[in-house]
Design a protein around this ligand. Structure first.
Ligand code: SF4
Length: 363
């Protein structure tokens, strides 16, 4: 892995923020009914639409679907909000997702149940450090993952999602371009291996996917040889190496309907099981192991920041208008340029950047 050696991640700070992330308080059955009723009424009154990420809790995903919103990955959430007539988009997810929604929808109000929901990838890529590094390597094309701040996006040549990243990097590599990739080291390493591109990799990683353990996964596969292994490419390479399918969230959900297997071992956030069960009722799903020897699981397969999204916070945001996401309009315009570049590229290939690209098999 060709990590950028001069960049260090403040892992202590990330660990502190993980420890501070308070999951949304559980609600009783009666409270849930009351909150759901209230939110449905508020969405109508405020001309708002709810978009939720696959990693949020079932209650939010069910509510988004039931109220004409959507459940998807970060880019499709933003695009859905853009195409929808509602003047307010409520984003259940983490902060960079709210920002991306605002970048694509500067004229709309974007609200979130919590503005404190971080992402370890976003945190690992401080804009000032990133810009300085890019400025020092002007011969390289800058490609960043969607899990970054508006400021980092604004410095990039391309913003990519995991669905389309490999195709875009291969396209750049074919043109002879050398790349700075940020912030996910594992996804960058995977793409580098698949494409052979010259890539300098930012050393960030996702605290959820980093926790999957290769040895324990091998044992689990021996116990359930009939199970297909589905892996998100933010996972370590020794986990990816064991995958039957490597893909983005949307691609992994698609895989459970396309593969004949009745059982799946899944290496991504467990929030995804809601949509997988819906897509393939009757099939069985297991989390890939995060425990075992040397385990220091910060997340145990559920993003601590996604878990901050809850019904009560959502109702409060709609009622009060608090937790509005703001992106400086000029910055938003600059960040939109590399996002638009990706969307145009996807349009040319007639694929969606969010998951209609072919499922990626291990290299
Ligand atoms: S699951 Fe990982 S990549 Fe996704 S929001 Fe959480 S920390 Fe970020």
């Amino acid at each position: 892995m060709k990590l950028i050696e001069t960049i260090t991640i403040d892992q202590d700070q990330i660990n502190r923020l993980v420890a501070q992330a308070k999951p949304a308080p559980p609600v009783s059955g009666a409270e849930k009914e009351e909150l759901t009723r209230r939110i449905k009424r508020l969405l109508k009154e405020k001309n708002a639409v709810l978009v939720a990420h696959y990693y949020t809790d079932d209650d939010l995903q069910i509510l988004a679907d039931a109220t004409g919103g959507c459940v998807s990955d970060s880019l499709e959430m933003a695009r859905f909000g853009h195409a929808h007539a509602a003047g307010t988009v409520v984003v259940a997810g983490v902060r960079f997702m709210g920002e991306t929604a605002k970048i694509l929808n500067p004229e709309k109000r974007v609200l979130m149940p919590s503005l404190e929901a971080e992402c370890s990838l976003d945190l690992s890529c401080r804009a000032d450090v990133f810009k300085a590094f890019c400025d020092a390597h002007p011969d390289r094309t800058v490609v960043v993952y969607a899990n970054t701040s508006a400021e980092v996006k604004a410095r990039a040549d391309w913003v990519v999602t995991s669905s389309i990243a490999t195709r875009i990097v291969r396209h750049l590599h074919d043109k002879g371009e050398k790349i700075i990739w940020a912030p996910d080291r594992y996804l960058g390493d995977y793409i580098q291996k698949v494409t052979g591109a010259d890539m300098l990799l930012w050393p960030g990683y996702c605290v959820v996917h980093d926790a999957f353990k290769a040895d324990e996964l091998r044992s689990l596969r021996r116990r359930y040889p009939e199970a297909a292994v589905l892996v998100h490419p933010e996972s370590p390479m020794d986990v990816i190496d064991q995958a039957d399918v490597v893909g983005s969230t949307t691609q992994l959900i698609k895989a459970v309907t396309e593969l004949d297997n009745d059982m799946f071992i899944v290496a991504t956030d467990l929030g995804i099981f809601h949509k997988m069960k819906e897509a393939a009722p009757g099939k069985r799903f297991m989390e890939a192991p995060t425990g075992g020897t040397g385990a220091s699981c910060l997340s145990c397969a559920h993003c601590p920041w996604m878990a901050m999204n809850g019904l009560a916070g959502l109702a409060r945001a709609l009622e009060t208008g608090d937790n509005e996401v703001h992106v400086d309009p000029e910055l938003g315009k600059r960040a939109m340029v590399p996002v638009k570049r990706m969307l145009d590229f996807a349009e040319k290939l007639k694929i969606k950047a969010t998951g209609d690209a072919n499922i990626v098999s291990p290299a």
